[in-house]
Design a protein. Structure first.
Length: 328
């Protein structure tokens, strides 16, 4: 079986030559050198675990390159290796320039790929520190790295990192439960993808008084498809946080309501994410996002007339999703 680093693009180089080759490449005096279009704003480390497939790695690598076109970054990709047994490392260098309608719109991206033996945490942190752009903020994206190993990185690899992110819809463990040194500096891509959903729900529900939304609330249920388990959990967390304001309302039952997150499975094959408020006085609010396309639907009876309207939940682009997780 090939190592993950072999499945990703780039030029194989000795580890010690990568930064020298990179400097030579960008500082070339050759006519038309793209160095003027390279101005990194940050370092982003994409950190893969054992069970990440070549397809999954390529997808996330491509997503990060798209992000780097909007937010110029030095990308460092960490790939665990099964073939390395002696503590040595392997390296690749990837660079590519993207040209818009004119040469003025050119953007040049670079990625440094490192194959390593996972048990050598200290050596890994040392090598990454050599590759980082000095004086620029650093961010770390975990993908398939076990929680126990992430905790081992707290005192070395993650020192000085401005923010760590992961995707709870991809991870097999709930990384929000880790003992992060600073939980406020941890982001979830599933939560970032919910931004259009929160906007659509907030736009509709803002037309009702909080007192009315809180009174006689019996249950709040979020249903999600298999691929959106993270979105389901994060949506419920957001709802509970919003409904926490109900404690300021008189005669509120929202804090005693049932909060349920469940996999919709085969029962709603046309729905990827859904929400339902039930009230003991017969009122209700239902929203669902259709599995295909960007459309959704709201059905509600919240004291006014019954309503049924279409909603549009346009998904964030790759660069928007990562930016939302990293910066907000």
């Amino acid at each position: 079986m090939k190592d993950l680093i072999d499945e990703l693009p780039g030029l194989d180089l000795p580890v010690g030559e990568v930064t020298d080759r990179l400097e030579l490449m960008w500082d070339s005096d050759a006519s038309g050198s793209p160095s003027a279009f390279r101005a990194s704003q940050m370092n982003v480390v994409l950190h893969f675990g054992w069970d990440v497939t070549a397809e999954q790695a390529q997808e996330r690598f491509t997503t990060l390159l798209t992000f780097a076109q909007r937010y110029p970054s030095r990308i460092i990709v960490l790939c665990p290796s099964r073939s390395i047994k002696d503590g040595s490392m392997r390296a690749k260098l990837f660079s590519q320039c993207y040209i818009g309608d004119s040469h003025r719109e050119m953007c040049c991206c670079e990625a440094l790929l490192l194959g390593y033996e996972p048990d050598n945490c200290g050596y890994l942190a040392n090598q990454v520190s050599v590759w980082l752009e000095p004086d620029l903020p650093s961010y770390h994206w975990f993908c398939g790295v076990p929680s126990a190993r992430i905790e081992q990185y707290s005192d070395n690899l993650l020192k000085g990192v401005r923010r760590s992110i992961y995707d709870s819809s991809f991870e097999g463990e709930d990384l929000s439960q880790l003992d992060w040194p600073e939980p406020s500096r941890v982001g979830d891509l599933a939560s970032a993808r919910l931004l259009p959903v929160r906007q659509a729900l907030g736009q509709f529900l803002s037309g009702y008084e909080m007192q009315g939304l809180c009174e006689n609330l019996d249950s709040v249920t979020v249903r999600h498809c298999e691929a959106m388990s993270g979105e389901g959990t994060r949506l419920m967390e957001w709802l509970r946080d919003c409904l926490g304001e109900c404690e300021k309302c008189e005669d509120s039952t929202a804090l005693e309501a049932k909060y349920i997150v469940e996999n919709c499975g085969e029962c709603e094959s046309d729905c990827s994410l859904a929400l339902e408020f039930k009230y003991s006085d017969g009122r209700y609010f239902k929203w669902r996002k259709f599995a295909e396309g960007s459309m959704g639907e709201i059905e509600a009876s919240l004291g006014k007339s019954e309503e049924k309207i279409s909603t549009r939940v346009k998904p964030l682009g790759a660069e928007q999703m990562i930016a939302e997780a990293l910066f907000f």
